[in-house]
Design a protein around this ligand. Structure first.
Ligand SMILES: [Zn+2]
Length: 116
């Protein structure tokens, strides 16, 4: 494998997970806005409270928070109570990761090609 292929693969994978993570975090914040009327919730807790299952309240392991892969490995279910995780999370992470990866490769491909 040549340097160009390795660089493109690394940039593509990194931007996929970065884009998927940012989109997932945005969806999480939007979903949590409904808790703002609940005692103990503020904009700070909406953004900073670690991820948890809304059905049983169990904290979600960081391993299951990896965009797309976490959804597939957990088989779309909470590892504690087994409640189904909505497919919107998978679709949003997949689409935004793909878009971020495509954009990153579009923007840097020529620079990498001339640099390497
Ligand atoms: Zn649960």
């Amino acid at each position: 494998m040549d340097k160009l292929t390795i660089a493109i693969t690394l940039i593509g994978v990194a931007s996929f997970f970065l884009g998927g993570s940012l989109a997932s975090f945005t969806v999480l914040c939007i979903d949590r806005m409904k808790f703002l009327s609940t005692d103990g919730w503020s904009l700070r807790t909406v953004a900073l409270k670690p991820s948890f299952c809304e059905s049983c309240g169990h904290s979600i392991s960081p391993f299951f928070l990896v965009p797309v892969l976490g959804y597939l490995v957990s088989r779309a279910k909470c590892s504690h109570c087994g409640v189904r995780i909505p497919a919107k999370h998978f679709v949003i992470e997949l689409l935004s990761g793909t878009a971020a990866s495509s954009l990153a490769l579009y923007l840097v491909y020529d620079q990498i090609k001339t640099f390497l």
